[in-house]
Write a protein that binds this ligand. Structure first.
Ligand code: FMN
Ligand code: SF4
Length: 487
């Protein structure tokens, strides 16, 4: 029987080798809107890992649509960098796309040299705590043209497709939602008028890039915003997008202002597949499901059960770029799962730092931290089998050293098991298992229930000892802290 995850599929005229799509993730790795080596190295590695198509971005369409840490697509000066990135993806085996977006009332004035962000209506944003300025009709037409021009640059830079972000609460979805669009002209009012901005953008892109240039739209399956677009509105919008020539839909979950959990570890794996299915039942183009798909078993089941045609693996491919290759070659126990902690990716993003990963020290440092084989192998003892000890063991082994890891308890994982104990945090224990599997496949020597003493050190005579025995909690010297009622 063939593996549903690795069946071929077509988006418009494009032939994809499998069902794994890497969705756009703004990584804060561009500088002055320009593609950097860091971005190129990051995505080349994900392409090598086996995803069929990689969408980069989001990229800006004008100077009000994002920040200078976004990849830019609003000037011809951006084309050479974009081209370098698409070539890195394609030459390593994946198809490439750029996601274009305008953040509208989700932009911050400090990214815009103090200028007020723009929106369909002047309605304050809970995300930014700022009130945007209402766009006039001329400005709306300019933005539609800017989307089309940016899409044309994407095509000129050699990408296989262009993707438009029409969800998550960004500008196009702000026009669609009655919550944020209070206009009384041709771009506001009933659903047809609220859809108009998005549909005109897609039509302008098709006119500018050619009807056969593949166009993907990322839209919400549910906004999870009270008073926002209804499920039926979103289905009608999906159908209208397809009528306008859109070749595939990637189904997103919630707005940034929504109170419903979307990406945290409490959200069960594959939980939002039902949103993709609802859209899939209403359109005749491929539908990509998204969010918390971090395991091939779940991904495979979603496709086999016709919930979706493809799966978007976002953070899963930050945590392990080789997830697709491992799933394909029956090495699933070697996958390092994204544990939905947000500590290296989203947390960094909101601190204006480049994206990293708690589970993958190489993410964002593909070149700088590339493993160099040693010419002088050493004997290395590692004391402690928690996350740090296991990671040190893996790196030292991969560099060619002879490694023995000692753990005084009867299991590997250390504090990860404590972190994984509260309900909804179980994924932390998955990391303990994944790292232990990494030791196992490398056949690294592990001694459990063994406290290292001088006799052991003298008998093994190591060149290096790495102490990874964990930290002790600090108890501040507060009077009364040792009383029985203090927890
Ligand atoms: C650091 C980061 C940046 C993101 N930026 C974008 C973006 O620019 N456009 C977009 O459509 N989604 C963006 N997302 C959302 C992801 O594409 C994806 O939908 C989300 O992480 C949930 O899927 P996952 O559980 O597979 O990661 C971002 C996610 C992360 C972690
Ligand atoms: S930092 Fe956490 S949530 Fe982000 S990709 Fe890594 S494991 Fe996933």
């Amino acid at each position: 029987m063939t593996d549903p995850l690795f069946n071929k599929i077509q988006i418009g005229s494009l032939k994809l080798k499998n069902r794994i799509y890497m969705p756009a993730m703004h990584l804060n790795m561009a500088q002055d809107f320009l593609v950097t080596d860091r971005l190129v190295n990051f995505y080349a590695e994900r392409a090598r890992g086996g995803a069929s198509m990689i969408s980069v971005g989001y990229a800006t369409i004008d100077n009000m649509s994002g920040s200078s840490m976004n990849i830019g697509a609003h000037s011809d000066d951006h084309i050479p960098g974009l081209k370098r990135l698409s070539e890195a993806i394609q030459s390593n085996g994946a198809l490439s796309a750029v996601q274009l977006n305008h953040s509208g009332r989700y932009n911050f004035s400090f990214f815009l040299d103090g200028k007020t962000p723009v929106a369909p209506s002047a309605i304050a944003s809970r995300l930014t705590r700022e009130t945007p300025r209402e766009l006039n009709i001329d400005e709306i037409k300019e933005i539609i043209d800017a989307f089309a021009s940016a899409a044309y640059r994407v095509k000129q830079a050699g990408y296989d497709a262009v993707e438009i972000l029409s969800g998550t609460g960004y500008l196009i979805s702000q026009f669609l939602s009655p919550l944020t669009n209070h206009r009384t002209d041709e771009y506001g009012g009933d659903l047809d008028k609220r859809m108009r901005f998005g549909i005109e953008i897609m039509e302008a892109i098709k006119t500018k890039t050619g009807q056969d240039y593949p166009l993907i739209v990322r839209m919400n399956g549910n906004e999870f915003m009270q008073g926002g677009s209804s499920t039926q509105d979103l289905i009608t919008y999906a159908r209208s997008l397809v009528d306008a020539g859109v070749d595939a839909l990637c189904i997103n979950v919630g707005w940034h202002e929504a109170r419903v959990p979307q990406i945290v570890s409490e959200v069960p794996r594959g939980m939002y597949a039902y949103l993709a299915r609802r859209i899939k039942e209403s359109v005749n183009v491929p539908v990509i499901a998204s969010h918390r798909i971090n395991d091939p078993v779940v991904a495979r089941e979603m496709i086999a059960d016709s919930m979706c045609d493809m799966v978007a693996l976002g953070r899963s491919l930050i945590a392990d770029p080789y997830f697709p290759e491992k799933a394909k070659s029956h090495r699933e126990n070697e996958i390092v799962h994204c544990i939905a902690c947000a500590q290296g990716c989203f947390d960094n993003l909101f601190q204006l730092k480049s994206v990293e990963c708690l589970c993958n020290p190489m993410a964002g440092y593909e070149k700088e931290r590339a493993i160099q084989k040693t010419k002088t192998p050493k004997k290395v003892i590692i004391i402690g089998g928690g996350a740090a000890g296991m990671s040190a063991a893996i790196t030292a082994h991969d560099c060619g050293h002879d490694v023995i890891l000692f753990e005084q308890s009867n299991q590997l994982g250390g504090q990860l098991h404590l972190a994984g104990a509260p309900p909804g945090r179980e994924e932390f224990s998955v990391l303990a298992k994944d790292l232990a599997n990494q030791l196992m496949v490398r056949k690294i020597s592990v001694a459990l229930n063994k406290k290292v003493d001088m006799a052991i050190i003298e008998s093994l005579s190591p060149d290096h000892i790495i102490m990874a025995s964990g930290a002790q909690p600090i108890t501040p010297p507060i009077p009364g802290i040792d009383q029985s009622h203090v927890v």
